[in-house]
Design a protein around this ligand. Structure first.
Ligand SMILES: Cc1ncc(COP(=O)(O)O)c(C=O)c1O
Length: 369
């Protein structure tokens, strides 16, 4: 895969465009809960930034995360974003892992992290309607070996599919039989319906990763967690990657967010659903492309543009010229990335309308390919 710095636009440069519609990072751009802002302000006022946080996170936050997931008996390590935990899993446990099993499309970083320690990766293709745009247990069965690490993104960034309980049973059974670990990346869980936790089915071998970047919109504060039964989690926390603790202000904001979770989720899910409808209607009206998974279980939708005459990169560049930032599939899929673009949808409804107008403009005859 090409170097990520080349694939990603300069976010710093984009920040200088005040009228830009940010539908390219799967982040949330709604007015945050007042309680979250108050917690941030209070933390600054008390100058908590002068302190280190506890190595595994504030007790209250750890308890709230267990409660939010509904995994009694599990332990929590609060990390520098979900990605901080993923990095430590993939590098810290590399010595006991024979192979990482991942997917295309998917999220490329865990395989790269494991690769730093010489762990080989097997990438399974899933861009297929027949298999529901998911990895199947049959595919995993063909490649899994003793002590593998199966990296499962659910809901799947970038397509928005999610695994059923039966599918997870089949996958976790394979992991158990081969003494393998599962990383269940649940970064987008709060946007899904009927989401099952692999940790319920295979607690002794599943790490669940958790993020505050998406549902609560704290991406820039860098806060997430790894959750597992104590015996498993202690393999990571005996020597945590950041023993000085994750961002203290972010932890205050996360506690406040979890306290007002229900009304906030109603708002953010409502906007997400409305924008997914708007994007779908715009795509259908234009005749340019087709939604891959609808409704998506994430806060984004992928639009297949294979028959449009556009390349994913050219289409995203043309949208950016119209002040709408979306992402080409090439960022997350070496094999299928030219076939789709990804549009983030937990944003103000007005941005959904601006996306629709820009997309309509692209589909007019004569728009450059
Ligand atoms: C699948 C997946 N896992 C992990 C992350 C990282 O989340 P965080 O911002 O909590 O580090 C992302 C962010 O886009 C993601 O898409």
């Amino acid at each position: 895969m090409s170097a990520p710095a080349a694939a990603a636009p300069s976010f710093e440069h984009l920040l200088e465009r005040p009228d830009l519609v940010w539908m390219g990072q799967n982040t949330t751009h709604l007015e945050p809960p007042v309680e979250v802002l108050a917690a941030l302000e209070e933390s600054i006022r008390r100058r908590e930034f002068q302190l280190y946080a506890p190595a595994l996170g504030f007790e209250q936050l750890r308890e709230l995360i267990v409660e939010d997931l509904g995994l009694p008996g599990a332990d929590v390590w609060v990390t520098d974003g979900a990605v901080g935990g993923l990095h430590h899993i993939c590098t810290g446990l590399a010595g006991s892992i024979s192979r990482i099993v991942t997917s295309d499309p998917g999220w490329p970083w865990p395989a790269r992290f494991a690769g730093l320690e010489g762990v080989p990766a097997t990438t399974l293709d899933l861009y297929s309607a027949e298999q529901g745009y998911k990895i199947t247990a049959a595919q995993i069965a063909e490649v899994i070996e003793p002590r593998s690490l199966v990296y499962l993104i659910d809901p799947l960034n970038p397509l928005g599919s999610r695994y059923t309980r039966d599918e997870l049973v089949a996958i976790t059974d394979l992991a158990r039989e081969t003494g393998s670990l599962v990383v269940h990346d649940c970064t987008y869980r709060h946007f899904a319906t009927d989401h099952t936790l692999a940790a319920e089915l295979y607690p002794e071998g599943t790490f669940t990763t958790y993020s505050f970047s998406k549902w609560l919109g704290l991406a820039g504060l860098r806060l997430g967690a790894v959750v597992a039964v104590p015996e498993l989690l202690s393999r990571l926390t005996a020597v945590p990657s950041n023993p000085l603790g994750a961002n203290i202000q972010a932890q205050r904001a996360a506690i406040a967010g979890l306290t007002v979770k229900e009304p906030w989720l109603a708002r953010v899910r409502g906007a997400n659903e409305a924008n997914q409808r708007t994007v779908r209607a715009a795509v259908e009206r234009s005749g340019l492309g087709k939604l891959v998974v609808y409704p998506s279980h994430g806060n984004f939708v992928a639009v297949d543009i294979a028959d449009s005459g556009w390349s994913a990169d050219a289409l995203c560049a043309a949208m950016l010229e119209r002040d709408v930032f979306i992402r080409p599939g090439t960022y997350q899929s070496p094999r299928f990335g030219e076939r789709f673009v990804k549009v983030s949808t937990s944003v103000p409804e007005e941005w959904g309308e601006r996306f629709a107008a820009a997309w309509a403009d692209l589909s007019t005859p004569g728009a450059a390919r």
